[in-house]
Ligand binder design. Structure first.
Ligand SMILES: Nc1ncnc2c1ncn2[C@@H]1O[C@H](COP(=O)(O)OP(=O)(O)OP(=O)(O)O)[C@@H](O)[C@H]1O
Ligand SMILES: [Mg+2]
Length: 64
């Protein structure tokens, strides 16, 4: 198996501004995944797991 890094997230932060009050959904997440590795992302509901992965897939618009 290669030792190649397939996913490398460094210090990801995501803030939504649905209204007056900003929602900090992700705050300083870093993780890397090598080829063949299996990683579980654990956390309570609302802790930012889905937003982290959607950001990786570029499904959130960048702030202008
Ligand atoms: N499009 C959005 N606009 C505003 N706030 C959002 C948006 N998407 C997620 N959030 C907020 O971001 C935070 C993280 O949400 P996220 O869906 O990533 O949590 P999660 O860890 O996947 O939770 P669950 O285990 O319930 O799936 C929550 O406070 C959520 O309400
Ligand atoms: Mg989720």
């Amino acid at each position: 198996m290669t030792n190649e890094t397939m996913i490398d997230i460094r210090d990801l932060s995501v803030t939504f501004r649905p209204g007056r009050k900003p929602v900090k959904a992700v705050n300083g997440v870093s993780l890397s995944v090598k080829a063949g590795e299996v990683v579980a992302l654990l956390g309570e509901s609302g802790s930012g797991k889905s937003v982290t992965m959607r950001s990786l897939l570029k499904l959130h618009p960048k702030e202008r």
